[in-house]
Write a protein that binds this ligand. Structure first.
Ligand code: NAD
Ligand code: IPM
Ligand code: MN
Length: 356
């Protein structure tokens, strides 16, 4: 098949890890006889530096015309001034909105070869397999926000807003996914305090009762979920939650497999191209040093093949190769638990060696 893939390397370690992802996709194209074309576009801090805009229009146009988008990460200290007019992160939020990517799938699986990398005990993490659905284009990230001076005192606000259709569509996707897995859906909210969470809870319960009565369904408050996630992770199957709760809980969940550098994500909408990225950020502390773990991005490439190109065998080929690389004892520093480690490029090389 032919596919046009847009690469958005972004900032920090973004270009280093996207390069390894591209190499793996190229190897898949050769091995399975596909034609993938790649186009690299600007996003984030580098886009601000070059154009003044964290998401220039040519990037939006290229993404809209593509079959799928692979993103590295955006942001860094250079653009962190709180009074700056624009920020790299706005580019990421805007591309998600422009592409209508309302569902962010974040699988949290522990790799048997890697249980030693987790700071948590083996018997707690071993066998964890959770699929998070993080709502991605609503909630407190996108509600009315700003600053104003009231009676001489400066105030800042960000508002959490959810509509019924926004909750329905992401809960439906999560519930469908649960049907194809262990049949267990957990919705996470803060309905004891927040009005949008009370709406979320009512809508989620109705959708599940009317359309997915076969599922085991429960609701958990987000603060309590933060605890359950690391005390009994194996009790969860599919988890659906709002934008900010999903952001925070999945970074926490990265300690189950042991590193943010292992976690991929897929952002999808009702139609059009999906966007694939690691869940981690631009890691300014290790950028440019060949230290970043490229496996989250390489696993995001597998999700790209599966969800946007319907190439299941190719996706499985990447996932099983990553397992083989781990089984061979190859580790970047973040998963080496103090043992010997290889660099970003060498890890990409190892994946390619075992893939072909
Ligand atoms: P981060 O995820 O960039 O880094 C957190 C920690 O994890 C760091 O110690 C980092 O070295 C480590 N880490 C992350 N990815 C790694 C990898 N692949 N291999 C090895 N170690 C890895 O989070 P942060 O430091 O809070 O944020 C840095 C910048 O990234 C901020 O500007 C933030 O806004 C941005 N950010 C961007 C995205 C994105 O583009 N999707 C996501 C999160 C944060
Ligand atoms: C992520 C990041 C982003 C988010 C930021 C950089 C906008 O943390 O992709 O998880 O909060 O969605
Ligand atoms: Mn995040």
């Amino acid at each position: 098949m032919k596919a046009n893939i847009v690469l958005l390397p972004g900032d920090g370690i973004g270009p280093e890890i996207v390069l390894q992802g591209q190499r793996v996709l190229e190897a898949i194209a050769t091995k399975f006889n596909h034609q993938f074309t790649f186009q690299s576009c600007l996003i984030g801090g580098i886009a601000i530096d070059q154009t003044g805009d964290p998401l220039p229009q040519p990037t939006i146009d290229a993404c809209l015309a593509s079959d799928a988008v692979l993103l590295g990460a955006v942001g860094g200290p250079k653009w962190d001034d709180p009074s700056a007019k624009t920020r790299p992160e706005f580019g990421l939020l805007k591309i998600r909105k422009e592409l209508g990517l309302f569902a962010n799938l974040r699988p949290i699986q522990t790799f048997p070869e890697l249980v030693g990398a987790s700071p948590l005990r083996r018997e707690i993490v071993e066998g964890t397999d959770i699929l998070f659905f993080r709502e991605l284009t609503g909630g407190i990230y996108f509600g009315p926000s700003g600053r104003e001076v009231v009676d001489g005192v400066e105030h800042a606000m960000a508002t959490m807003v959810y509509s019924v259709p926004e909750v329905e569509r992401v809960v439906r996707l999560a519930a469908e996914a649960a049907r194809g897995r262990k049949g267990h859906l957990t919705s996470v909210d803060k309905a004891n305090v927040l009005e949008p969470s009370r709406l979320w809870r009512q809508v989620a319960e109705r959708v599940v009762r009317e359309e997915f009565p076969d599922l085991k369904y429960d609701v958990v408050l987000v603060d309590s979920m933060a605890m359950h996630l690391i005390s009994r992770p194996k009790d969860f199957d599919v988890v659906v939650t709002g934008n900010m709760f999903g952001d925070i809980l999945t970074d926490e969940a990265s300690m189950l497999p042991g590193s943010l550098g292992m976690l991929p994500s897929a952002s999808i909408g009702s139609d059009g191209p999906g966007l694939y990225e690691p869940i981690h950020g631009s890691a300014p502390d290790i950028a440019g040093q060949d230290l970043a773990n490229p496996l989250a991005t390489i696993l995001a490439c597998a999700m790209l093949l599966r969800h946007s190109l319907q190439l299941e065998d190719e996706a499985l080929a990447i996932e099983s190769t990553v397992r083989k690389v781990l089984a061979a004892g190859l580790r970047t520093r973040d998963i080496a638990a103090g043992g010997p480690a290889i660099g970003t490029v060498a890890m990409g090389d190892e994946v390619l060696k075992l893939l072909v």
